[in-house]
Design a protein around this ligand. Structure first.
Ligand code: SF4
Length: 117
């Protein structure tokens, strides 16, 4: 594992292993999803991930899917254009889920944190 991947591992334990329907053990996405990249660039925010409540289902901790803060995260994601079913209007919601990175950010917002913290 490269030093960069080692640094990301605790973050991925929460976002990918814990919250992502698309997680596959041993498979690394480079770059990560927009949520993981967003958290990696904001250590103060990532440091609060341990405060997330238990996740239920595959939702966004009560936030709307079109919450502009979450839409902004997806807007920065390299998977959005060609690789994300959740933001693909052609895919029904029952056939897809938000990724773990986005779900983690939604959970932090639901705690009252500012995404730019
Ligand atoms: S939900 Fe899709 S577009 Fe949004 S951050 Fe995750 S992979 Fe990227």
């Amino acid at each position: 594992m490269s030093p960069a991947e080692t640094k990301l591992e605790p973050l991925r334990q929460v976002t990918c292993l814990g919250l992502c329907r698309y997680y596959k053990p041993g498979k690394r996405e480079e770059p990560g999803c927009g949520g993981v990249e967003w958290l990696d660039a904001r250590p103060a925010l990532a440091g609060r991930l341990g405060e997330l409540p238990p996740a239920e289902g595959d939702g966004l901790f009560g936030l709307a899917e079109d919450d502009p803060r979450l839409v902004a995260v997806c807007g920065s994601c390299e998977f959005r254009v060609d690789g994300c079913d959740f933001r693909d209007p052609q895919v029904s919601r029952s056939e897809c889920s938000p990724c773990g990175g986005l779900r983690a950010l939604a959970g932090l917002l639901a705690l009252g944190l500012d995404l730019e913290a």
